[in-house]
Design a protein around this ligand. Sequence first.
Ligand code: NAD
Length: 500
Amino acid sequence: MNQAVPSVKLLINGEFVESRSQEWRDIVNPATQQVLARVPLATADEVSAAVAAAKEAFKTWKKTPIGARARIFLKYQQLIRENMKELAAILTAEQGKTLADAEGDIFRGLEVVEHAANIGTLQMGEYAENVAGGVDTYTVQQPLGVCAGITPFNFPAMIPLWMFPMAIATGNTFVLKPSEQDPMVTMRLVELALEAGIPKGVLNVVHGAADVVNAICDHADIKAVSFVGSTKVGTHVYQRATLSGKRAQCMMGAKNHAIVLADANKQQALNQLTGAAFGAAGQRCMALTVAVLVGEARQWIPDLVAKAKSLKVGAGKDNLDLGPLISCAARERVEGLIAKGVEQGAKLELDGRGVKVAGHDSGNFVGPTIFSGVKPGMAIYDQEVFGPVLCLVAADTLDEAIAIINANPNGNGTAIFTQSGAAARKFQEDIEVGQVGINVPIPVPVPLFSFTGSRASKLGDLGPYGKQVIAFYTQTKTVTSRWFDDEASNGKVHTTISLR
Ligand code: NAD
């Protein structure tokens, strides 16, 4: 345990407290290996205390007027804007992405906070008069109770902000478990949320890894779990949480393909492809990691390689094109997969291994890497590399390219580059992927819409924000009532209430 650096606190019942855990992890700057802080793996008692605080706070929070809840998020969005630079600097130091990408990470979360401030209009129920003689039925959307969120390392601002603002704005209380690899920016966002007026116990934070996640999945007082992370862990969380009777939604890993047709605007397509494949060092669930080059577009490989070579690798704070990978282990894994790609017969067009960054000899850097001749069955195609590695696959026709994508189990995002309306129309209709871009490389929807990953990239039908989130964080109560016009009964009497 490294005592010389600050410790990351838990948030329980409105107090930032030091964990009593014996198990701690270092939070390391991936560009320098400097230890920035240490984070506890919370004890079982600490997880229980956080859930108990959330359960108690729910009693009053669920009755807090919609307008009062919304005003907290109006203030919160303002505080995030005012502290954007500081938040981005913390995020870059612990996660590695460039300052520009860090601000993007925070901004995409901020959009969800803005949406949360206006969520009341989506919480309205339905009403039907005279469903039987003198009988009316209406529905109300009620919060569930204590909800929990488990988040990954790659968007430590945006993804926590996908979760707790929507859950809390709809009247729930929350226990957040941030990634243990980079929880510091998340904690600064949590401090700002309290400053905005979130009452004690409504938002709680526990840190940890597998044991804490399992405790959340098993806890009888937690009603719903949102997870974002890898497919392996997400599948485990979904099974374990639903087994104990919880709602669960798990957004998971990906293998996102782009189709490049020869009628595309070549320069724009190459720029967007390289940005989407190598930006954030490829550590995005919506990164474009496979480009299917159709027909004459197969001749564009040298231009693509030249474009990728022009990207600059460096420490995130120097704000070049891409920063380091999150950890030494992640770099070793990505380099191992590149070696495997060569061994399995793919052609290495550009090798990002061993890239040197002046003044940062120990950073976890891998430069843009491109393989051509990639086929299903190769590890670089079958696995989510989660590094700056682009696989090129060849196809003769649009139909063949669509079939390649539809045969892949993942369904997070996809894109087509073309100037043909007919091709774009066919693509959006036939492609079996949840989020579709037409000349848009990373089609993550704004929060008016839902994040709609599909197939193996998602378990649970709903999305983390947008309209679908209301169905996730609320239960519908159907009230059927008969109103007696009778002075003796004092006017009005409810007869039936059912909950589904
Ligand atoms: P991860 O699955 O390793 O970790 C996610 C969370 O699960 C963390 O909070 C971690 O502490 C916890 N965890 C890790 N191992 C666990 C275990 N054995 N049991 C229980 N909990 C465990 O994911 P990561 O490496 O932090 O994030 C990268 C992954 O997240 C990629 O696969 C990426 O595609 C995915 N991701 C998906 C989306 C999406 O919306 N679909 C968005 C961002 C990231």
